[in-house]
Unconditional design. Structure first.
Lengths: 264, 381
């Protein structure tokens, strides 16, 4: 089975995020960058399919040169090879453009299945996976929480967690699947895996290599424009009341009635 | 000069940290209380490649350098110094001498299972009457046909209760001191090997510490490690790596103490403010952070020298000395910052305090490290 997993490098969700003064991005100095958590689950899903059916797991990323580190993590988990599409023209590319580039990189690989995280924890858009499916003209199932393949490896039966229940879908391969975190528990990269990953070549492609022009997929072609990033509003400090118990209760009741207006 | 970890080291660090945070840390207090050997954790650590980190891949190891090893040991010890002790002994006191001095047949026979977790190793040097003066040991082996008959008692053997394979140092020649010693690979299942007293300890409780008694144990000649008379050299060379492993353990304990103290000082309020706002507390935190960084740099340097093939006896002793005293001192300050809460078992700092003490004692006490350092600096003058 030819399995492709899309990977993105994102800031560690536990890292403190500082917005650049121009509001057009985040300050990456000293920021810990990791593989998007959902993509770890996507990689795990790919590795399990390979264990079941044989074949190869290829990781594909679109992003700056530093995205290699995220690919290296996936290789250390056990993926066979990795491809990075990087190009200065991609700076400022929107989700749709990223999906176009991914699709162009994936097409020559002729995969049986493409697996993506359901979203990336930095942009939180959830667009790229479905858009890749559209550009590849493949069926898709999004945010899957369970995956079973028929014995021949031709139809994926997937579960989606929907309001009040579980939706069960049969998806004929080749297809694009985006995964929920509850799908599996990703393995740790093993230490021998890290050493093997070090020796694997990461293929690098420019837009030109993929037959794409910066004007059609790069920042210049973005159909959305980032207006500004703002930090979330600071939490106001709490107010405390002093005095005897009766006075404090009275103050709180007055507050709840007249200021918060949650009781009458 | 570049003070950055490589991408490979960072990946080792994040992987081992995640493993330690998820699978070891939540159980550290319970393991300290029950002193039970965490067989399941060791099995998972082995699956990850942590039991033979520097063993070449052809023998089932991870094939990494000593800097990666140190990075991993710090993460493990931060979660549980007891669990890390089990792991570091297998790596640096058992696998390392096998890799360096073992014959091809010995490596093929013992390393793959020591790396996979199928077997566990221990190191038998110390005896009831020979501690710091290790080369005065009295356990003896005499040649008897194709075997050596080994007799003696070893004490304070880490992993002694669970180990399958022992590296045993014994006197094989009439020469006094180091020159009359040889090293043997002894399978614990051999007749005449008996686990003696199981020690009750102040800290690192989930790793067993036992006496091992050898009574006329027939050790095949094929299990002599290196040549007869090489035992002293093997023991001392192994201690360099062992000391770097203990330095890394001390880093982990010191870091846990600092991290907990920082979090507590920021959240504990007295006199209407967080105690971290008081200079008395800030000075302790500053000194903890500074000493920890200095200890880490010394440890990385020793590991780097060792993996480059350079002599590192002085640097390993310096790293071990400074890091272990930093761990003890940082744990002491962490308890002080926690105040009464630092003295009770609901918080882990009292465990760090108890665990830290051993780092100043085993693989050479602080006094012995100073002797080693003095010998080296005096030689250079």
């Amino acid at each position: 089975m030819k399995i492709v997993v899309c990977v993105k490098q994102v800031p560690d969700t536990e890292a403190p995020i500082r917005i650049r003064p121009d509001g057009q991005g985040i300050d990456e100095t000293g920021l810990n960058l990791v593989m998007n958590y959902y993509d770890e689950h996507a990689t795990e899903a790919g590795l399990r399919l390979r264990e079941q059916f044989g074949g190869t797991v290829t990781l594909v990323a679109v992003g700056p040169e530093r995205s290699r580190e995220a690919l290296r993590t996936g290789l250390a988990m056990g993926a066979d090879d990795a491809l990075l599409v990087t190009d200065p023209a991609l700076s400022g590319a929107d989700h749709l453009s990223t999906a176009r580039v991914l699709a162009a990189a994936i097409t020559p690989l002729a995969p049986d299945v493409v697996i993506c995280g359901k979203l990336s924890t930095d942009a939180n858009a959830g667009i790229v996976g479905p858009a890749v499916a559209e550009f590849l003209n493949l069926p898709q199932a999004t945010a899957i929480a369970a995956l079973e393949m028929d014995a021949a490896g031709t139809v994926a039966t997937v579960h989606r967690e929907v309001e009040g229940g579980i939706e069960v879908l049969d998806v004929p391969l080749p297809a694009v699947l985006t995964v929920e975190r509850s799908l599996n528990e990703p393995r740790y990269p093993s230490l021998p895996g890290i050493m093997k990953a070090k020796r694997k070549e990461i293929g690098v492609r420019s837009l030109q290599d993929l037959g794409l022009a910066g004007e059609t997929v790069g920042g210049a072609a973005a159909s959305t424009r980032l207006v500004r990033l703002d930090p979330p509003p600071k939490r106001q400090p709490g107010r405390s009341v002093d005095g005897e118990a009766e006075e404090m209760v009275a103050a709180i009741v007055t507050f709840l009635k007249h200021e918060a207006k949650v009781i009458s | 000069m570049d003070f950055q970890l490589t991408d490979e080291h960072k990946l080792v660090q994040s992987t081992v940290r995640e493993f330690a945070d998820k699978e070891i840390r939540p159980r550290a207090a319970e393991l300290d209380r029950t002193a039970a050997y965490p067989a399941d954790i060791i099995a998972r650590a082995a699956a990850l490649g942590l039991m033979g980190m520097t063993v070449p891949e052809e023998y089932g190891g991870a094939g990494m350098g000593l800097v990666a090893y140190v990075v991993a040991q710090e993460e493990l010890a931060r979660a549980s110094a007891g669990v890390q002790t089990i792991i570091t002994v297998n790596n640096s006191l058992v696998c390392d001498p096998l890799v360096r001095f073992g014959s091809g047949a010995q490596k093929r026979r013992y390393l793959p299972s020591l790396c996979s977790g199928a077997s566990l190793g221990c190191y038998c040097l110390t005896e009831p009457a020979s501690g710091s003066d290790a080369m005065s040991l009295q356990t003896a082996a005499r040649r008897d046909g194709a075997a050596w008959m080994l007799s003696g008692t070893k004490s304070f053997v880490t992993n002694g209760a669970e180990a399958d394979v022992c590296i045993v140092y014994a006197r094989t020649g009439p020469e006094p001191g180091a020159r009359g010693l040889s090293a043997f690979i002894v399978e614990k299942s051999l007749p005449g090997v008996r686990v003696g007293k199981l020690e009750k300890k102040l800290g690192i409780k989930c790793s067993s510490t036992t006496e091992i008694v050898f009574e006329d144990v027939p050790v095949p000649d094929a299990n002599l490690l290196g040549e007869p008379g090489m035992g002293g050299r093997i023991a001392l060379g192994t201690l360099d790596v062992g000391r770097i492993g203990i330095a890394a353990q001390a880093l982990g304990i010191a870091r846990a103490a600092l991290e907990d103290a920082l979090a507590y000082a920021a959240s504990r309020r007295q006199f209407g403010r967080a105690i971290a706002e008081f200079q008395a507390i800030q000075w302790m935190l500053s000194d903890m952070a500074t000493r920890l960084d200095a200890a880490r740099l010394l440890t990385y340097r020793a590991a780097y020298l060792r993996q480059s093939g350079a002599r590192c006896t002085k640097e390993a002793a310096m790293a071990k000395l400074f890091a272990s005293e930093t761990a003890m001192w940082a744990a002491h300050k962490a308890v002080q910052i926690y105040g009464g809460y630092g003295f009770i078992q609901d918080y882990p700092v009292e465990r760090y305090f108890r665990d830290a003490k051993i780092t100043e004692i085993y693989e050479g006490t602080s006094e012995i490290q100073r002797v080693v350092i003095a010998r080296n600096v005096l030689e250079a003058t």
